[in-house]
Write a protein that binds this ligand. Structure first.
Ligand code: NMN
Length: 266
């Protein structure tokens, strides 16, 4: 009856399995957590309710049970490049995006909703954002984003896509509406914005212009120390893995041009 995809099959096994994977393997530094209790708290946010009447606060117990320290200088916010962020952050080893926290890891790439007057999940369909914003998944990510922003500290980073058609800094968006307003100014020393274009994509947005300028102005007005870097090398290197022959991926050789052979044998 809804327009969106239904609940992911085997949701409970995936979520509980992810929780154990996270606390035992991915990030044992979070300490002991009760994964079945976390699952019950997650489920109670949306089970037996009208799937369009789920509020971020309904996930409060879930968040309280799954919350852990987000290391200073490791927060990575983003728009329009989730897969790139997943690779770059490396499950928290390099950076800890919301998807690398226990609460974000738990629900990442999954879909779910319940139904009124039934304790079952709806595997057939779930409401889209267009049908209602207060659906189980959107409210979950709102709560996750708010919590993540509130607990971020030190030097924080934002990775934006300079080839995105709606602008590198879209509005409305989770970052603009739920993360920026919840950053704790006294805990944040600096905000570094990275605007990285797709290797084969157009350069539509950059530091100091269009939507990035709007973001820089907003953050400076809020009193933050803001730096912006176009096509930050480390991120470009990662993208270049898939485009080794693109001119944007050329690495300058140390040998003079005339001495450079196609393949070196020594
Ligand atoms: O590009 P959208 O969906 O607006 O969200 C990106 C931002 O919001 C990121 O800064 C992230 O922290 C947060 N967010 C993350 C997820 C996810 O990791 N699956 C989902 C929704 C929002």
């Amino acid at each position: 009856k809804w327009k969106g995809e239904g609940t992911t099959q085997n949701l409970e096994s995936i979520a509980i399995g992810r929780c154990y994977d996270y606390i035992r393997i991915v990030n044992p530094a979070v300490g002991e957590k009760n994964c079945s209790e976390i699952w019950e708290a997650f489920k109670s946010a949306f089970i037996n309710k009208d799937p369009c009447s789920i509020l971020p606060e309904d996930y409060e117990l879930f968040i309280n049970l799954s919350l852990h320290t987000i290391p200073a200088n490791k927060s990575l916010f983003w728009e329009n490049n989730q897969l790139l962020v997943n690779s770059f952050a490396d499950r928290g080893r390099r950076y800890m995006s919301v998807g690398d926290t226990l609460f974000g890891f738990f629900g990442d790439f999954l879909n779910w909703c319940g139904q009124a007057n039934s304790s079952g999940l709806d595997y057939e369909s779930c409401p889209t954002t267009m049908e209602c914003e207060t659906n189980a998944v959107d409210s979950f990510w709102r709560m996750a984003s708010i919590t993540y922003a509130k607990h971020s500290s030190g030097e924080i980073h934002v990775l934006l896509n300079g080839s995105a058609v709606g602008g590198a800094y879209p509005q409305p968006s989770f970052f603009a509406d739920y993360e920026i307003p919840n950053l704790q100014k006294d805990k944040i020393s600096q905000i570094v914005i990275w605007v990285v274009d797709d290797i084969e994509g157009p350069d539509l947005d950059s530091c100091g212009i269009h939507s990035v300028k709007i973001l820089e102005t907003r953050l400076k007005t809020l009193g933050y120390n803001v730096t912006c870097i176009d096509n930050y090398k480390s991120v470009v290197f990662l993208l270049c893995l898939d485009y080794p022959d693109n001119s944007k991926c050329a690495v300058p050789s140390s040998a003079p041009a005339g001495q450079r052979g196609p393949i070196s044998s020594d």
